[in-house]
Every structure is written in C-alpha cells, then in structure tokens.
Design a protein around this ligand. Structure first.
Ligand SMILES: [Fe+2]
Length: 278
C-alpha cells in the first residue's frame, strides 16, 4: 500500500504543550517522565531518551504543535509534495527541534502538525526507556480528522471503532510500522485526548508504575490492555490535567486490512473498565 508518510517512516518526535504555569508543568515532566529540563526560548525543553517535550506559556491543555520526524530528506519532500497536491496549506515550522526545511500543517480542528528532520544536537540523555510514541486527539468530527490525515496527508488507517449508529467513534492511524502514531476520539471537545510513551517491554510498565508510585502520582486508569493496538497501558494526569499514557507491546504492522471494533468498554480495555469518550 502506498503512503508517503509511511515510506518516510515518520514518527512522533516531540510535542509542544502550552501551559498557564510552564515552570510547574515542565518540572512535573522532568521528574515524573525522567527527563532533563532546560530553558528553551521563553519556555522549557524536557528531554529523555527518545522523548522531548517543549512547554511554553499559554492556555493550559492546549497543544502548541506536534512534531513528526522523517527518516530522510526525500521522505520529508514526499510528504510536503503530497500535502501540496491535496490542497493543504504549507505553513512555516515553529519548531526549534527540527532542521531547516521543516514545515507545518493545520488540521480541520486547528491542531498544528510539523514534519521535519530531527536535529541530533541534544540527544545525550539517560533514563527509563519509553520514547514518545503517539498523539491522540479529541474531536467532534472523526471523519474529518481521518480525511485530513489519511486521505490527504497519507497516514494509513489501522483500526476504527464503530458506534451503534455506524459512525467511527475512534480512528487509529499510522505513519510507520507502529499500530498508531496518531488517533482521534469522538468527543464533546476538541484538542488533545492524551499522548503516549512506548515502554516496549511489559516489565517496564512495572518500573514506570513504581516510579509514579514513589512520587505519589496515582494511576488514573489501568493497568489494562487496549483492543486496537493490543498494547498494555497505564495512565496518569499532569498538573494541567493532560492525560499521559505509558504503553507497552503496541502492535507492529507492516500491512494488513483495516479492522473494525465495536464501541464498548471491552474494546478500550480487554481487562475491564474503560473510560469511554463518547
Ligand atoms: Fe493511547
């Protein structure tokens, strides 16, 4: 199956989150998510192995932008050409973490997504394994989000959750071999639902939960196992109310047909209770 973003091996490289209290939020990520923290421009940069988060002053729980890094310049050029042909406006990149040549697009809900090549000048970090892996949006209109990312930008749909009206309540899309790097839930609000770090091995879920436990950060959901993606998960909440997922064993896809799941608790959590968004 042809897809420019999958050929480019695009992966979620960093997020910029806005916060009314960037000092407090960046401290939380540095400590809880085991990252180094430094000032960056008017805000902060938190860096850990495979994960980077920029925090800037603004409206809490608002995504500034999400940065997807491509494998090489040809891949990046391919995505840009595909976006242009689909009539998507190409915007300048706001990200200091990407090299020259990066560009941004704005989705139908106004979420800003940046594609670029990672600068590797700041990658000497140690810490518990869990690279930044996926971003999940909340939207009124799942079909519009799927149309933008899949039909226009070239993400591939992995799974959909279908409600009893026959509409997609959730859509999971990939930009590489990972089951989803971008997903969206039908919701009564727009913006970010959560973002996720992929610990890989199930035993690291224990290590992360122990870390959060030692810091007296309660799990707000999980441990559980999602149906779509088949990944183990735990969730915590940051001081601004953003949901953070630590996942393991996320399905790897090279090619397979799109799978549809019923809208219900068991789809979201094969082990029991779920937080339904619609
Ligand atoms: Fe997730």
């Amino acid at each position: 199956m042809s897809s420019s973003v999958v050929r480019a091996g695009a992966f979620l490289h960093h997020l910029q989150l806005e916060s009314a209290d960037p000092e407090r939020l960046s401290r939380f990520y540095a400590e809880a998510l085991n990252m180094r923290r430094e000032t960056a421009g008017a805000g902060f940069l938190c860096s850990g192995p495979g994960r980077k988060l920029l925090v800037t002053r603004g409206q809490s729980q608002k995504l500034g932008y999400a940065g997807f890094a491509c494998r090489d310049a040809e891949g990046l050029a391919d995505i840009r050409e595909n976006a242009r042909k689909s009539g998507i406006e190409i915007l300048p990149s706001p990200s200091p973490l990407f090299a020259e040549g990066a560009f941004a697009v704005s989705d139908p809900d106004g979420n800003r997504i940046v594609f670029g090549l990672a600068r590797h000048d700041n990658d000497e970090t140690n810490g518990l394994h869990a690279p930044l892996q996926h971003l999940t949006l909340a939207t009124f209109d799942v079909a519009a989000i799927e149309n933008f990312y899949a039909d226009k930008l070239g993400f591939l749909v992995s799974d959909r959750v279908i409600n009893d009206k026959g509409e997609a309540a959730t859509c999971f899309m990939r930009s590489n071999h990972e089951h989803h790097t971008l997903a969206c839930f039908k919701s009564d609000r727009q913006g970010v639902d959560h973002h996720s770090y992929e610990a890989g091995e199930w035993i690291r879920i224990r290590d992360w939960a122990d870390r959060f436990g030692a810091m007296e950060i309660p799990l707000m959901w999980g441990p559980g196992r999602h149906g779509p993606g088949n990944n183990l998960f735990i969730f915590i909440v940051d001081p601004d109310g953003n949901w953070i997922e630590v996942s393991a064993e996320l399905e790897v896809i090279y090619d397979r047909p799109v799978k549809h799941w019923p809208h219900g608790e068991r789809t979201l959590n094969l082990w029991g209770r779920a937080i339904l968004r619609s």
